[in-house]
Design a protein around this ligand. Sequence first.
Ligand SMILES: [Zn+2]
Length: 178
Amino acid sequence: MLNYFKQKFCSIKKDETFENKLELFQANFFNSPYHSWITESKALKRAFFILLDSLNEQLLQILLKKNLICLRSYGVLACTLSLPPQSDVLIVYPDLIKLLNSASLMHGVSILAHELGHIILNHSHKDLNPILAQLEADTIAFEMGFGKELMEEIKSFPTSYEYQLRIENLAKLLTRQA
Ligand SMILES: [Zn+2]
């Protein structure tokens, strides 16, 4: 992995093994100038490493076709951004940063996995029932191995119909897996 980090940006060939593709994808992600806020923090770098290391081949294949950019929101009133065309942006809010810096790191990573799920499933370009979109993104987080943490996290939110459905969906997936 370290060798890849010496290069600025690596192109990823189709015939690479899954392991190599994943390493190159991670190297490109962490080397991106948009992600210096992640690499500058030990805790955040660890969180994103756990997240991206949990991608399976199918999910990675989808992300390789996208331009994933994760931005940090400082909770200011407004901001303007100039981003590369066709980029998919995941915005991380201060509450999530706090969680990623805490002992509940994995709960924070499960939320990142859910957000990544929306990007993988192209939800911002689809006219989908919003609750269904949440359930689908949760299923991606489950597939990445964060179903239990995500369910625990949703259980800590105030009760709502949507959260109840999400908890039931994750509980079903987790029992099927056991
Ligand atoms: Zn969501």
